[in-house]
Design a protein around this ligand. Sequence first.
Ligand code: SF4
Length: 335
Amino acid sequence: MFSAEAPSWSFTRSKAMSECPRGAWFAYHARSDRDFAARAYALKDLTTLPMAAGAAVDYVIGRAMKAHRDDGEALVGLATAGVRLFRRQIQNSLAVVPEIQNGGRWDRSSGKWMPPLQHHYYGLDLGDEAVARMERRIVECLGEFESGAVWERIRRVSPAAWHPLGKMDGRDVPSFLTSCGVKVWSAVDFAMVDGDMAHVVDWKSGVPSPSAQEAARDQLAVYAMWACRHYGLRPERVQVQAVWLQAPTAWEPQTVDDVRLRSVAKRIKAEVAAEEARLEIRLNVRGRRVQRKAPRENFPPRPGTKRCVECRFRELCPEGQRECAHLQTTAALAV
Ligand code: SF4
């Protein structure tokens, strides 16, 4: 069993740790280091162009589902709405970045629904072609969602059986405890109960490369674990589906087999243990763990040009700055 002080686990954190432990330190541990806490906290908000495009897709899908659920309204023209939102996000980013560069941070309550872009923060040109590519992606994804089989199938189920729509309903990311006591955050896009089955759907706006599909299989296994606990169901009564919206979609949810569930549970346990091993645990006089420290040197940098250019925390990282010193501000980076 892990203690309550053990690190929690999420896909984002797992990816950060595997890519560069120092980057993960800035994102998850710098708050306890007074030299880095404030800036790391501000930089953690920055986002990338593909993430902004994906967020625009998710947001518009959420709005369409909410309109259907709350008002029985069928929103149309989703692709146009998504592109408009994405362009507004880019303009908002340009307006907000100087404030962050001057030591401030993005104000979540400002009504600007998405965080600013790290390209703008680091003075890199987004590139017209990269922006146009993301707009085409938004159009394809939202066009497919609007007319595709998955949304049509979901609409046949009473919204009373839908799980709350995350941020649309002001809900935090759900979490659950694994059998060994790890807190796992699982940001499910959509879940519902239909008959005696629960279904979990994950909207995907990215390219379904083999590695992305393999990562999605593990991600869906985590969502299946969440659904089992949330609905009190056995794994054979939970079906999951990654819906890759850049191509025609079909309703084809599947159960997650025991082998995958066990291997993901093992992966979570091993990764949390590995991260915990980098921490300094302090004990009280009775030998109980009372505090953990995360020394920066236990999370070494792993510089790499592409990785560092895409890293939100480069400003705080001498190794990353050295890695990128030869680069000009150019559109050829990062997206
Ligand atoms: S700039 Fe590079 S080395 Fe530094 S934290 Fe980011 S990814 Fe790691």
